[in-house]
Design a protein around this ligand. Structure first.
Ligand code: 3PG
Length: 214
């Protein structure tokens, strides 16, 4: 039996880096820098022209990492991402067509939600691990606290607006499996090939979260 989305999020904890890769030639060095900081799971967003190429390169060179495709907003992207080697899929929201495409592909899928009705839609489709997008500081911390009782058993990966300063407020919540974000791999640091700084950002997030698990 294949991996479940729940297991992917467990392995990603504390952070699922959301990568916006402009230069596919830098993808492997970037992934290596994150792995050196303790990262095991990555999301390559399909927001840049060479994202699929970048994803394939990471899969080929660093087979020990779990690599997903993110920002899937068209049904056709699911097959393209699978063919490029993606091991899981992430969308900022969810529609009938996206859920059907995810079903056909059969890989772990993390659909995005923002409201109770969207959580219910995802539940009806059988998803129990959801992306909360966009996470919006303390408002979203409160929202997730309110989701705990009605949506027991549902786990969230809040993303969008998470950084080192508010990370712990989310990770402390029992219904948060991990958080996602670009802050550990800012495009400016990638462009500057500042690999040590990226390793440092990842390591800091892992260290912060380790204090919770202790
Ligand atoms: C995502 O696609 O998950 C978000 O755009 C990431 O948002 P961030 O840049 O605020 O981390």
């Amino acid at each position: 039996m294949g991996l479940t989305m729940d297991e992917v999020l467990d392995r990603a904890r504390p952070v699922l880096p959301v990568l916006v890769i402009e230069d596919a030639n830098l993808a492997v060095d970037l992934a290596r820098a994150l792995a050196a900081g303790g990262i095991e799971v990555l999301e390559v967003t399909l927001r840049t022209p060479r994202a699929l190429e970048a994803l394939s390169a990471i899969r080929r060179e660093l087979p020990e990492l779990l690599v997903g495709a993110g920002t899937l907003i068209h049904a056709a992207q699911f097959a393209e991402a699978r063919d490029a080697g993606a091991q899981f899929m992430v969308s900022p929201g969810c529609t009938e067509q996206l859920a059907a495409a995810a079903d056909r592909i059969g890989l772990p899928y993390l659909p995005g939600v923002m409201t109770p009705s969207e959580v219910l839609f995802a539940l009806e489709k059988g998803y129990r691990s959801l992306k909360l997008f966009p996470a919006n500081g303390e408002t979203s911390v409160k929202l997730l606290k309110s989701f705990k009782e009605p949506f027991s058993g549902i786990r969230f990966c809040p993303t969008g607006g998470i950084h080192a300063d508010n990370l712990m407020n989310f990770l402390r919540l029992p219904n948060v499996a991990c958080v996602g974000g670009t802050w550990v791999a800012p495009p400016s640091l990638v462009r500057a090939r500042a690999w040590d700084q990226i390793t440092q950002l990842a390591a800091e997030a892992c260290l912060l979260s380790a204090s919770l698990e202790a």
